[in-house]
Design a protein around this ligand. Structure first.
Ligand SMILES: *Cc1c(COP(=O)(O)O)cnc(C)c1O
Length: 432
């Protein structure tokens, strides 16, 4: 750390934050533990940029971890929030806005016949699991290593020691008893999934998957993997849950389910549907959703669910992403970024590759694009960390961990991408 950085406002704020907040942050990855150094405290954001407490500007490739698909502080969204706020912040009684956003979600994702609004992705997946268990009367759930579905107890699990053994908690405070029904399998491993169903198919309540994984860097599911998963769930009466909290409205307007042409039974949504405000949702087949309270036996509730201010931001965002050519432009910007970074790395002789799906991208310090958690973990983490800090110095903010996907917004125009690639060219040379 240079002396200049040591006296920065970010350092002062970070020291102060740590007095009252564990690790100084309200969500762990913000703390830079993986890459080292001081997190930047953000004071404002606009379009593809944000500014830290020292007034330094960054090109932002996190976009609030996905929601900022329109770029930051899009005037129409800010106006919708201001207008809604002027009418009152929360009522604890239903509003017409909740009907409108539900109708829009059902229209855009035809596998969703009914939907329930919640406030975070964690709530959405947790409730979808409860519904799947309640509807099937079964306990076991299947998840895949490297997929993140929020921090509900039964989902904080890593693979057990042997094939088809039940998982181990990845967090203190999660009793073994709570995860003993969670089977953790390899992503993209079809034979393993088939074995699991062959040996215990009629006890599996659901399979939950990120159909485009974005929490182990970016990893695409193979079409065969998702197709076989769909067939097995149907054959054995298990509920297929697509966790599209990240990839929904991000890889395309119809999400990963449209891209792969596979209809899940339930879908979890979040991030983009709130446009930067706390909105998330789960929904799917009407016969399943009808099992939810108040009409069915599966309980779930929320004081701020369907909050009118948050819903106004979400609804405005959902309208704006339907403008002509939105996803073509978004994908093309992500593709240009990945192509530019790859060329710059090659010039410096660095093993690097990338991938992009819609407005999500992955950067890998390895020769080949990974297809599983294990392959992703084999990347050169030390070199990524040097790249991350080099880019940060250059005013480009990527996710502060090799295990995260990146995001472009519709405001990342050619000039912004070119500036990023030029910065990367300098950084790759330094770390080559
Ligand atoms: C972010 C995320 C979640 C959790 O959402 P929160 O709003 O952070 O609780 C769940 N699943 C996936 C795929 C995510 O990316």
């Amino acid at each position: 750390m240079t002396t200049e950085q040591a006296s920065s406002k970010n350092d002062i704020l970070f020291a102060r934050a740590q007095q009252t907040t564990p690790g100084g942050v309200n969500s762990p990855v913000r703390a830079f533990r993986s890459v080292g150094g001081t997190p930047r405290f953000i004071t404002r954001a606009e379009g593809p940029y944000f500014w830290d407490a020292d007034g330094k500007r960054y090109i932002d490739y996190i976009g609030s971890w996905g929601p900022a698909i329109l770029g930051h502080a899009r005037p129409e969204v800010v106006k919708a929030v201001q207008d809604a706020a002027a009418n009152g912040l929360s009522f604890g009684a239903p509003t017409e806005g909740e009907i409108e956003i539900a109708e829009e979600i059902c229209r855009l994702l035809p596998s969703i016949e009914q939907v329930r609004l919640v406030s975070s992705g964690t709530e959405a997946t947790m409730s979808a699991l409860r519904l799947a268990r309640g509807a099937t009367g079964r306990d076991k759930i299947v998840k895949f290593e490297g997929c993140y579905h929020g921090h509900a107890d039964s989902l904080l699990v890593k693979a057990g020691s042997g094939l088809l053994t039940f998982g181990n908690p990845t967090s203190a405070g999660v009793p073994e008893d709570f995860v003993k029904h969670t089977l953790v399998l390899d992503y993209n491993n079809v034979p393993q999934l088939e074995d699991a169903f062959a040996s215990m198919g009629d006890t599996i309540a659901c399979v939950i998957v990120e159909p485009v994984a974005g929490n182990m860097n970016l990893i695409r599911a193979t079409p065969e993997f998702l197709q076989r998963m769909r067939e097995l769930c149907t054959e054995y009466g298990a509920v297929l849950i697509f966790d599209e909290v990240m990839c929904g409205f991000r890889v395309g307007l119809g999400g990963a389910q449209e891209m792969y042409g596979i209809a899940p039974d339930l879908t979890a949504l979040g991030k983009v549907i709130g446009g930067g405000m706390p909105v998330a949702a789960f929904g799917g087949r009407a016969d399943l959703m009808q099992k939810m309270a108040p009409i069915g036996p599966v309980y779930q509730a929320g004081t701020l669910s369907g909050n009118p201010v948050a819903v106004a931001a979400g609804m405005t965002t959902l309208k704006l992403i339907q403008e002509d050519g939105f996803y073509e432009k978004l994908s093309s910007q992500a593709d240009k970024l990945v192509k530019g970074l790859t060329e710059a790395a090659r010039e410096a002789g660095i093993a690097f590759c990338g991938d992009a799906v819609g407005g999500m991208f992955g950067m890998y310090f390895s020769e080949n694009v990974p297809s599983s958690y294990g392959q992703m973990m084999a990347g050169d983490k030390e070199r990524f960390n040097r790249f991350f800090h080099g880019m940060l110095d250059e005013g480009v903010y990527f996710a502060p961990a090799m295990f995260e996907a990146g995001f472009v917004s519709i405001q990342h125009d050619d000039a912004v991408i070119a500036e990023t690639v030029e910065a990367a060219r300098r950084v790759f040379k330094r770390i080559g």
